[in-house]
Design a protein around this ligand. Structure first.
Ligand code: B12
Ligand code: SF4
Length: 481
């Protein structure tokens, strides 16, 4: 284990504790979720597994009194009487996490941080926390708790390079109020991905090694919850197709319906796709990303073939699987014309639930490094790194065009006509298809209600660091669909 050797510079020695440690595990809110109304009140709020997983990992030899707070559904009491606070941090919630940490530390409470943002750029959080946990914490979190109990907390804990997701307790979902979520039947079979798409946090944060839970543990978890419907949070369930095959075979006898994330490559492997359908798959989220193959190739996601996207939708629909198809705008080949063309494609292809985001160069990713070296990063206000704000200088359009174009696509695709045209082809049961489309329609028409960090949407933004001439190039027609 990397951080295992005692480094006196790196650890603080205080008297060991007696009695239970009072711990609060908090998932801080991001700007998108500060407004808890609209579709985010229930419809998109499934229970994340982070806090239930960390709760289950607390070793039995460390007595604790545990409180778990998801700030997306409840407030944090600023006077919380605890000894240790653990914050899970994604980039969009980093600012809020640091704000909460400052309040707790001012009251002498020890603050520990972990999660994707801490793993991507650990140095960002150092000054805001007493200890940071980099990477997956299956081994380090229990170690940290023992060290804290013994008065020897280290300032940093790194993921065990030999980490395997075996012999682990099942997530303890009882630590969060189930009723406040659309569903708590959320599961995880794998972590990581074998691809290295330029904009993705996964290869940068966790490398290219896929981690897998034993299939029997996943089945045991689903059974223990009595789940009839399961939602997998895995970022790419088919990263290792052999594992996927075993998993789907084991899911089939359960008679459940399940939803998850996969790449379009699933639709090139018809036996695996058939098996997925037979095992109960009813909906998949796929990152289609762009209708320009140049964009995809430049993003190291050339395995996505826009000319085959319509076939992807058809093959899923033929098997009763609906598609949440995600697109990003602002990649270097995108022009102001890209928006309408993408909207038309999404409607024409009959994507059940299209979603659109602005490319976010999350710090620590290959995309961030490239844009930074090109002098195109406009802000390091992490609160704006949420897929909704323009935080970099686009190449072939203005910041305003990127922001307003993205908003226009949402409205177009979720206009009454857009919904009606897509519903004609949907694979989802009508009540579900109509409800989810209405939810997204509400969101599409209230985007600014969810933009709460006063970003300068158009103009007025300059690159951080050495300024460069804006690389706005001549518009060329390169889209493929
Ligand atoms: C559930 C989920 C959500 C939930 C809640 C997220 C949250 N924490 O606030 C909702 C739906 C609200 C959400 C929203 C968004 N999400 Co999200 N989400 C997820 C998802 C699918 C599952 C999280 C989960 O349950 N993981 C399983 C647990 C077990 O893993 P884990 O969280 O990594 O925790 C482990 C370690 O990281 C570590 N750890 C984590 N926290 C802590 C804390 C402590 C104290 C310690 C010791 C250890 C530790 O220990 C755990 C065990 O090893 C992940 C993808 C994924 N599979 O992880 C994306 C993910 C976290 N989301 C992501 C993104 C980009 C978003 C959005 C911006 C998307 C959007 N445009 O809407 C928004 C952000 C909203 C905002 N700014 O407010 C990115 C984060 C990238 C980044 N750099 O920030 C991820 C990684 C997906 C991706 N595409 O790469 N998301
Ligand atoms: S396929 Fe998906 S999860 Fe894998 S690296 Fe690419 S964007 Fe990330």
């Amino acid at each position: 284990m990397k951080g295992e050797m005692m480094d006196p510079q790196n650890s603080s020695v205080t008297p060991s504790r007696e009695g239970p440690i009072r711990i609060a595990l908090i998932s801080p809110k991001g700007p998108l979720y500060r407004h808890r109304g609209g579709i985010f009140r229930k419809s998109l709020r499934y229970m994340p597994l982070t806090l239930p997983t960390l709760a289950s990992l607390i070793p039995s030899d460390v007595p604790v009194e545990l409180t778990c707070i998801d700030e997306g559904i409840g407030d944090v009491d600023p006077d919380l009487a605890v000894d240790l606070v653990g914050l899970t941090v994604i980039t969009g919630t980093a600012r809020r996490s640091y704000e909460l940490a400052a309040g707790f530390r001012a009251r002498g409470i020890t603050v520990v941080m972990g999660g994707p943002h801490i793993t991507l750029i650990p140095e960002d959080a150092r000054q805001h926390a007493d200890s940071i946990v980099v990477g997956y914490a299956e081994q380090t979190w229990p170690q940290l708790l023992r060290d804290f109990r013994d008065g020897r907390l280290r300032s940093r804990y790194d993921q065990d390079p030999g980490l395997q997701l075996v012999n682990l307790p099942l997530p303890d979902r009882s630590v969060l109020p189930r009723k406040r979520f659309l569903t708590s039947h959320v599961f995880e079979a794998t972590r990581g991905c074998v691809h290295s798409c330029e904009f993705c946090v996964v290869p940068s944060a966790w490398g290219l090694k896929p981690y897998q839970k034993p299939v029997e543990d996943v089945v045991r978890d689903i059974r223990s919850q009595g789940a009839r419907r399961a939602l997998f949070v895995d970022l790419n369930l088919i990263a290792d197709k052999e594992y996927a095959r075993r998993l789907f075979e084991a899911l089939a006898p359960l008679g459940i319906q399940w939803f998850g994330l996969a790449t379009t490559l699933l639709c090139d492997d018809l036996p695996l796709l058939d098996l997925a359908a037979r095992s109960g798959c009813r909906g998949l989220l796929m990152g289609l990303e762009s209708i320009s193959s140049r964009n995809l190739r430049n993003s190291a996601k050339g395995f996505n073939r826009p000319e085959k996207f319509a076939q992807v939708v058809e093959r899923l629909h033929e098997r009763g699987i609906s598609l949440q198809g995600c697109f990003v705008f602002g990649l270097d080949d995108d022009t102001p014309e890209t928006f309408d063309r993408t909207a038309e494609f999404a409607v024409e292809a009959g994507i059940d639930l299209p979603r659109f985001a602005i490319v976010t160069p999350f710090p620590g990713t290959a995309l961030y490094s490239r844009l930074e070296s090109e002098g195109r990063i406009l802000t390091r206000n992490w609160e704006l790194y949420d897929g909704q704000h323009v935080v970099f200088q686009p190449r072939r359009m203005t910041i305003g065009e990127l922001q307003s174009g993205t908003e226009r696509v949402w409205k177009k695709v979720y206009s009454w006509t857009g919904i009606a045209r897509r519903l004609r082809k949907t694979a989802a049961p009508w009540p579900l298809a109509v409800t989810t489309n209405l939810g997204y329609r509400y969101y599409a028409h209230h985007l600014h209600k969810f933009y709460t960090c006063d970003a300068p949407f158009a103009g007025g933004m300059r690159p951080v660091g050495p300024a460069v001439e804006k690389p706005v190039e001549a518009v060329s027609e390169t889209s493929d669909v």
